[in-house]
Design a protein around this ligand. Structure first.
Ligand code: SF4
Ligand code: SF4
Length: 298
């Protein structure tokens, strides 16, 4: 118990707002960690790193294409960096090899079911994990541990039997997260219609953005967060973890970006949340074009 408290205490001291333990071999757990992710580890640490919602700077007078807060720093890289540092501390204190402390972050690991099973948070009607400390404004990271620790459970207050336990005070048919969605993509049942979702296209998916979606694109260069911004659990000020990983300004000139070569775009966004291979220069250029069009029509 002391070991678990020490481990979780160090994770919280590193800037994570919540740390919970899953025991992948626990027979009562209805969402086992797939073998490919746990590699025989007796415990899995689940942790939530906040990016917060503190005020953005005012937009430039000429307008600008907006980068959502979750992408203004590379919070996934920050999470990995912190867990790597903690892994080294854990090895020094408790033994084990580097590969015993395997980090899973922004990977195919099924993070939402695991986060729910560990009581890291609950699923919201907007399809995101809501945490008690920082609403849905977190990234979720995990790390295998080479020693058995007691399994955390969803807390009674989080009512694991209810599909959306924290959404009970919202209108079930037309909750704020659904009302705020500019394209009707949010269904309010924990899922969304991907081919109507601006964030899906902004992440480089889809061959072409349908006219109907393009008209509602707004000044976004990267990131649609309307269904999060409207959520009642994100209305209080939430402080993000300080990070110098991949800093991006809140606004960039979309016309200037659209004129950059592939190499220049790759260099501009290298190491940032927009430098990921699945977005690529074509995706960034498409987003910039849509944002520029929207700014022109204002
Ligand atoms: S990300 Fe934007 S478009 Fe997608 S479901 Fe949320 S509000 Fe709707
Ligand atoms: S706005 Fe209401 S219904 Fe939607 S995710 Fe937040 S709490 Fe749930």
């Amino acid at each position: 118990m002391a070991l678990k408290a020490d481990i979780c205490g160090m994770v919280l001291a590193a800037g994570f707002v919540r740390a919970r333990i899953l025991a992948p071999f626990d027979p009562v757990m209805d969402t086992p960690v797939p073998e490919s992710y746990r590699t025989g580890a007796p415990s899995l640490l689940m942790a939530a790193l906040p990016y917060g919602n503190l005020q953005d700077p005012a937009p430039p007078s000429a307008g600008g294409a907006y980068i959502a807060r979750f992408a203004q720093r590379n919070y996934y890289r920050e999470g990995v960096k912190q867990l790597q540092r903690l892994g080294a501390v854990f090895r020094a204190h408790y033994g084990g090899t580097k590969s015993d402390f395997r980090i899973l972050c922004n990977s195919p690991v099924p993070e939402k079911p695991l986060a729910r099973a560990a009581g890291l948070g609950v699923l919201g009607r907007n399809g995101l994990i809501l945490t008690p400390e920082a609403g849905s404004l977190v990234i979720i990271a995990a790390m295998t541990l080479p020693f058995p620790l007691a399994q955390d459970r969803a807390e009674p207050a989080l009512n694991p039997d209810h599909p959306f336990p924290w959404c009970e005070n919202c209108d079930p048919v037309y909750p704020p997260c659904v009302a705020a969605c500019p394209t009707g993509a949010a269904r309010g049942d924990g899922t969304l219609e991907r081919t109507r979702c601006i964030q899906w296209y902004a992440s480089g998916h889809g061959d072409a953005v349908p006219q109907e979606i393009a008209r509602r694109w707004g000044n976004r260069l990267y990131g649609c967060t309307d269904c999060q911004d409207a959520c009642v659990y994100n209305q209080v000020p939430i402080r993000g973890v300080p990070s110098d990983e991949g800093p991006l300004p809140a606004y960039l000139d979309p016309v200037e970006l659209g004129a950059l070569s592939n190499e220049a775009l790759k260099a501009r966004f290298k190491g940032t949340a927009m430098g990921l291979s699945w977005l690529g220069p074509e995706g960034i250029r498409r987003n910039a074009r849509l944002a520029a069009q929207s700014l022109l029509e204002r």
